[in-house]
Design a protein around this ligand. Structure first.
Ligand code: PLP
Length: 407
């Protein structure tokens, strides 16, 4: 039989968070090695349990007919209504139940939003660094991801001039990840207004990934860009995975806001794709209203002295003590994106760096280029492990980097 090749649609699709270095880590685990995994934001794996009321809700709902059946393609009414209330709390204007789509995690809806829009040659502005599902979804949908730079010297804020330079007649939209994965940046209202203005001037759709909007440190608050966007078409993505530590329940939502009249055909496309996958898993849908209406226990974890806040501080303090390592302290989310001074650490292939760190120190991180960062001088660290494991992990990074310092 002829070798069976993957589709050429996948030629430019890359998702390194679960890429070849992870395969190597799994192989090493099979051989009996214990690996510290700092590679993915799988919150539950680090003992951060979902709120009990969500778990109880799942248990109670599972045997019912509602949970066992298909639902409307966009989702059940009550959780979509709960999302509408949430958009009101976040001051997003004019959202009705009809504008809310529930999905098997935000991931499914992100891919759907690109598939329903893009033709060959269409461009989408995506941040560098990004959460790589965005770049991958644009490429899989036949579009071209065009990366705009975020500026490490300016709190990892998007470089507005770079965005302006990269807009062409083919640009259809701009992706804004706030709070940001992998940098932990949280954008100011002034910056969000500037981004809206650029989108308005050039007729771009805003794709706002706000899945970490409650995972905020130092008393910071989050503004949804859609609340500032007026008539600009915005698709806002969120879900239970992070703020409610329920990634396995695969519950997410997408909200369409702004001037929807100009987007009738696109919305038809979204509805078609939502119908083709029938509906999101129903127990996950049911959990959404309980989560949004319940006690927001994430507050306890991110408050000063809370587990996530302590771990962020610890990882930041330990990393910045290593010569040649600098980090912008995250204001939100679960990650940091440290820089390795290229003079001290002349890394030319950061995937190779990740392999060697894994082989030598049994530690799994994701290399910066996996987040579409253009240079091999960063990596992403997940600060979910408890303080002892984090201390051990950063100690291993320091020991590994010491080889370069001795050269
Ligand atoms: N958006 C960002 C920025 C993420 O970091 C993630 C997961 O890590 C997702 C979306 C996907 O979330 P979900 O579990 O809802 O599919």
């Amino acid at each position: 039989m002829k070798p069976i090749a993957k589709s050429s649609k996948l030629d430019n699709v890359c998702y390194d968070i679960r890429g070849p270095v992870l395969d190597k880590a799994k192989q090493m685990e099979d051989e009996g090695h214990k690996i510290i995994r700092l590679n993915i934001g799988n919150v539950a794996a680090f003992g951060l349990e979902p709120p009990d009321e969500i778990v109880q809700d799942m248990i109670r709902n599972l045997p019912t007919q509602v949970a066992a059946g298909y639902t409307d393609s966009k989702g059940l009414f009550a959780p979509r209504k709960a999302v509408v209330h949430y958009t009101q709390e976040k001051r997003i204007q004019g959202v009705t139940v009809d504008d809310v789509y529930l999905g098997n995690g935000a991931s499914e809806l992100i891919t759907m939003s690109m598939n329903a829009l893009l033709n060959a040659g269409d461009e989408i502005l995506v941040p560098a660094p990004d959460y790589p599902l965005w770049t991958a979804s644009v490429a899989l949908s036949g579009g071209t991801p065009v990366h705009y730079l975020c500026d490490e010297g300016a709190e990892w804020y998007p470089d507005l001039d770079d965005i302006r330079r990269k807009i062409t007649p083919n640009t259809r939209g701009i992706v804004i990840i706030n709070p940001n994965n992998p940098t932990g940046a949280l954008y100011s209202d002034a910056l969000l207004k500037d981004l809206v203005e650029i989108a308005r001037q050039h007729g771009l759709i805003i794709f706002a990934d706000e899945i970490y909007d409650k995972t905020l440190y130092d008393g910071n608050t989050h503004t949804s860009i859609a609340s500032l966007a007026g008539d600009v078409l915005c698709l806002t993505f969120n879900g239970l995975s992070k703020n409610y530590r329920s990634c396995g329940y695969r519950a997410g939502w997408m909200v369409v806001s702004g001037d929807k009249r100009q987007a009738r055909s696109y919305i038809e496309g979204l509805n078609m794709l939502a119908s083709m996958r029938l509906c999101a898993n129903t127990p996950g849908q049911l959990a959404i209203q309980t989560a949004l209406g319940g006690y927001q226990s994430i507050k306890d974890l991110v408050a000063p002295g809370g587990r996530l806040a302590r771990q962020r501080d610890l990882a930041y303090n330990l990393l910045t003590q290593i010569p040649g390592v600098s980090v912008v302290k995250p204001k939100g989310a679960l990650y940091m994106f440290p820089r390795l001074d290229p003079k001290m650490y002349p890394i030319t292939d950061d995937q190779q760096f990740a392999y060697e760190l894994l082989a030598e120190e049994k530690l799994l991180i994701v290399q910066g280029t996996g987040f579409n960062w253009p240079n091999p001088d960063h990596f992403r660290l997940v600060f979910l492990p408890n303080s002892d494991d984090l201390t051990e992990a950063v100690g291993r990074i320091d020991r590994f980097l010491a080889h370069y310092r001795k050269r």
